[in-house]
Design a protein around this ligand. Structure first.
Ligand code: AMP
Ligand code: ZN
Length: 465
């Protein structure tokens, strides 16, 4: 069986993945807070962990991998969008508006990520469906002396009660306080303590609990959901490295204190950030564009995916137009080469080897280029499919089906109208030749002009006319 090595943040080195149960390899990824469209940075972990999911399915069998990615559907930012709608006169209660917002954001998210070729995880738990499990976990933490209620509706985790706090990121508690904005509040016994439960107003989403009507803190969600789905020990936990502290340190503290019988996650995998001019793309910095923005601008999802895969997941990366153009040209070439070809029974060994070496996607792509140069179309196709590329579903753009040629049709139609009067067909011939050179078939009738992109269609050439 293929040996998969992954870089474990916890041990700061590459490790062989030895699944707890090879018949059920379990992977958990922290998912989005659903208050708005996903930006391109949010898509990076989705694509990275989709490659890992595909690799695990290839190695252990599609029915022997469980992948969970949650939706955080209770949050101040969601409440704020609902409140803004209510103030703008939208009908419905605040709670209904919150639900509307989360539902629409989840459907956008799933549609956008599907365009990037990401398979849907086996489990997509919503935080609001696991409130009883969160309350149980918080009660267990209080009973064991790891958490305390402040008497005013809050429950806090006592960081000092967990001696290994900070082990994931390898920083001391003092460094962490210095490096992050730690909220000091009167109800905290220690500034590092964090919220497990907090009160909610009557209008906003809230649930009855032993501490009054309230809602969970963010960190407890992942601890409770992963435990419910995967138990006290599972194989891999992932997320962007911006979540390492405090979110993942807090998840570990909660899970290991509530369930000391387990290891929680054995391997921690963190992707680096997508950047804009050296800074993390983020909502708060305002330097973001959404996945939908790019798709609407005509960048095919497959092109976005290939650009992502060119950079190793542990390196920061930038999105550039130049990279997108190159990725597009590569995919057109590969699609032309593999058109009508049956994929080989399995991916090329060198591609599998690269992916198994801590998801070396850049190395795997180098191998795809080599296969393409050698004309090994069947191997290229099977290997690309393992990486979620060259699938039939993602190919419409390359066939030109989604390209709007109406402006070019109109130009030729009008040139012909003029030519009929002047009897000078030079411009008509020029356009026809240019379209044919760009790989477009020209169909002219009395009613109009129809342009049909062929297999050699090259939109760059069309654009230059
Ligand atoms: P959020 O909704 O902000 O909690 O983010 C959802 C996921 O996107 C988390 O796994 C983050 O680590 C990840 N993420 C956010 N911004 C970026 C970025 N610029 N590059 C890569 N991943 C990001
Ligand atoms: Zn999480």
């Amino acid at each position: 069986m293929t040996t998969i090595k992954l870089h474990n943040t916890r041990t700061r080195g590459k490790e062989v993945l030895n699944p707890i149960n090879p018949d059920d390899v379990r992977l958990y990824l922290c998912g989005p807070t659903v208050y708005d469209r996903a930006h391109l940075g949010n898509a990076r972990p989705v694509v990275v962990f989709d490659v890992l999911y595909r690799l695990l399915r290839h190695v252990y069998g599609a029915n022997h991998v469980s992948y969970a990615r949650n939706f955080t559907d209770v949050d101040d930012k969601i409440n704020a969008t609902a409140l803004a709608r209510k103030e703008a006169g939208a009908p419905g209660t605040l709670e209904e508006l919150v639900q509307q917002r989360t539902e629409e954001t989840i459907s956008w998210y799933l549609a956008d990520m599907a365009e990037l070729g990401a398979l849907e995880p086996d489990h997509m738990p919503r935080a609001t469906a696991y409130i009883p499990q969160m309350i149980d976990m918080i009660e267990a933490l209080i009973a064991k002396g790891h958490a305390y209620a402040d008497g005013a509706g809050h429950v806090l985790f006592s960081v000092k009660s967990y001696k290994d706090y900070g082990a994931l990121s390898g920083r001391s508690v003092d460094d962490m306080i210095a490096g992050a904005r730690v909220e000091v509040a009167d109800n905290k016994r220690d500034p590092m303590d964090f919220v497990l439960w907090k009160p909610s107003t009557d209008e906003l989403p809230g649930w009855d609990s032993p501490w009054g009507r309230g809602r969970p803190g963010w960190h407890i969600e992942c601890s409770a959901m992963s435990h419910e789905l995967f138990g006290a020990s599972f194989d891999i936990h992932g997320g962007g490295n911006d979540l390492m502290f405090p979110h993942h340190e807090n998840e570990i503290a909660q899970s290991c204190c509530a369930h000391p019988e387990g290891d929680f996650a054995r391997i921690w995998l963190h992707n680096e950030m997508l950047q804009v001019e050296g800074k993390k793309m983020s909502k708060s910095l305002g330097n973001f564009f959404t996945v939908r923005d790019l798709l609407d601008q005509g960048y095919p999802g497959e092109v976005i995916r290939l650009v992502f895969l060119q950079t190793h997941y542990r390196k920061p990366m930038d999105w550039t137009d130049k990279k997108a153009k190159e990725a597009e040209a590569t995919l057109r070439k590969w699609r032309a080469l593999t058109a009508g070809i049956e994929p080989a029974p399995t991916a090329a060994a060198a591609v599998l080897e690269a992916l198994s070496d801590d998801l070396n996607t850049a190395g795997a792509l180098a191998e795809l280029h080599r296969l393409a140069s050698a004309g090994a179309a069947a191997d290229l196709l099977a290997s690309a499919k393992l990486m979620g590329l060259l699938s039939d579903e993602m190919g419409a753009w390359a066939a030109g089906e989604d390209i709007d040629l109406s402006a070019y049709e109109k130009a030729l139609f009008e040139a012909r109208e003029i030519a009929m009067k002047t009897k000078d067909f030079a411009e008509v011939d020029r356009l026809k030749t240019a379209y044919l050179t760009a790989g477009v078939e020209v169909r002219m009738s009395k009613e109009g002009v129809q342009l049909v992109p062929g297999p050699d269609f090259d939109p760059e050439k069309l654009g230059a006319i």
